[in-house]
Design a binder for this molecule. Structure first.
Ligand SMILES: [Zn+2]
Length: 361
């Protein structure tokens, strides 16, 4: 019925960009950059597409939107929270429902909340005989809502963690214990796990301080209550009222959450340098450490450690996704080639794109 090509995002923790062709229509799913510096999709030879659909606002999903003229400058679609938190290109995008159905370029499109980040969605293109794209997906978030995707014949699935089993609950317990012993500096994406971390530390009674950029995301969430699970719709406002603003000369205490996951610039760079020199707080990265980044240099010098905070599916999460979608074919996305072999044993009998960056169905 259709064809899927990973222009980028297959065999590498790289920028998301997938071309899907269904019923003679052509859509681009995400158009990202990074996370390793300089990684961008190659759109040569792709030709015009009918629309670009955005799963969420992280740079590795939207950072190369300036390349849209290469595919005919089609309309861009994103959910309201993603548009609100994004740059000018996203602010001008058309509406993609945050859960619900619409038609784009004549195709039936259904979306649902995907956890992971404010306004993040999975999308089903072309109904039950079509394709589900998960974007980045996490069912473990206590803050961002997540609804399992609909059944579809084909699946492009966030497999960033391969067959890793460790649940987020265990990671939280360990980080909370560390924060009780020593102040922690936690560089993190502000429109992502930064707020989930604030929630977990606050619930554990650990003092939380947030940088201005992370506070701005909490403020934006007060405008889009549906971006949080129903029980926490008032929580972003409470968080702003009950936490201190983290600054360059803040007294080290509790969990200090700062925007800038790679410690490249701004307050994240200032505070990592300060604490690396003074030893007053432990620096802990909780996600992908990009090649050539300041985070990587801090790690190499022994000034920082990594403790993962799940924002992608575990092996159990992958099984639940496949059980919900029941695809005939699946492409495991965002997983380095060297580890892609870890996925097939999880799904005996399922046709998996582990040799080539795409398939037809
Ligand atoms: Zn993401």
């Amino acid at each position: 019925m259709g064809r899927l090509v990973a222009l980028s995002g297959w065999g590498v923790k790289g920028p998301a960009c997938f071309l899907v062709e269904v019923e003679g229509r052509r859509l681009l799913l995400d158009l990202g950059e990074g996370p390793d510096a300089g990684r961008r999709p190659d759109l040569a030879g792709v030709g015009a597409v009918d629309a670009i659909l955005i799963s969420h606002g992280h740079a590795d999903h939207v950072g190369a939107l300036d390349l849209a003229p290469q595919v005919g400058d089609p309309p861009i679609y994103a959910t309201a929270p993603v548009r609100a938190l994004g740059d000018a290109r996203l602010k001008g995008a058309r509406d993609l429902p945050f859960g619900g159905a619409t038609r784009i370029a004549g195709l039936e499109i259904e979306t649902g909340p995907a956890g992971h980040a404010p306004g993040a969605v999975w999308m089903r293109i072309g109904g039950p005989q079509g394709l589900v794209y998960t974007g980045d997906y996490s069912a473990e978030s206590a803050l961002f809502p997540c609804v399992p995707p609909l059944p579809a014949a084909a699946l492009v699935c966030d497999a960033s963690y391969g067959d890793a089993e460790e649940p987020l609950d265990r990671q939280i317990v360990e980080l909370v214990e560390r924060a009780r012993r020593r102040p922690l500096l936690l560089p993190a994406p502000p429109a992502g796990r930064a707020l989930e971390m604030a929630l977990a530390f606050q619930r554990a009674g650990v003092p939380v301080a947030l940088c201005a950029a992370t506070r701005a995301v909490a403020r934006a969430m007060t405008e889009y209550p549906a971006a949080a699970v129903p029980a926490l719709r008032d929580w972003p406002a409470e968080l702003l009222a009950t936490t201190e603003e983290l600054t360059a000369d803040s007294r080290p205490a509790g969990a200090m959450i700062v925007a800038g996951a790679q410690a490249e610039r701004g307050l994240s760079a200032e505070l990592t340098q300060r604490f690396a020199a003074s030893g007053e707080a432990d620096i802990v990265f909780t996600g992908h450490v990009a090649e050539g980044s300041a985070a990587e240099r801090l790690m190499a010098a022994g000034h920082a450690t990594v403790r993962r905070w799940n924002v992608h599916p575990t092996a159990g999460g992958l099984r639940a996704l496949v059980a919900a979608v029941r695809p005939g074919a699946m492409l495991p996305a965002f997983l380095p080639q060297a580890r892609i072999g870890a996925v097939p044993p999880l799904f005996p009998g399922l046709s998996l794109a582990t040799e080539r960056p795409g398939f037809s169905w």
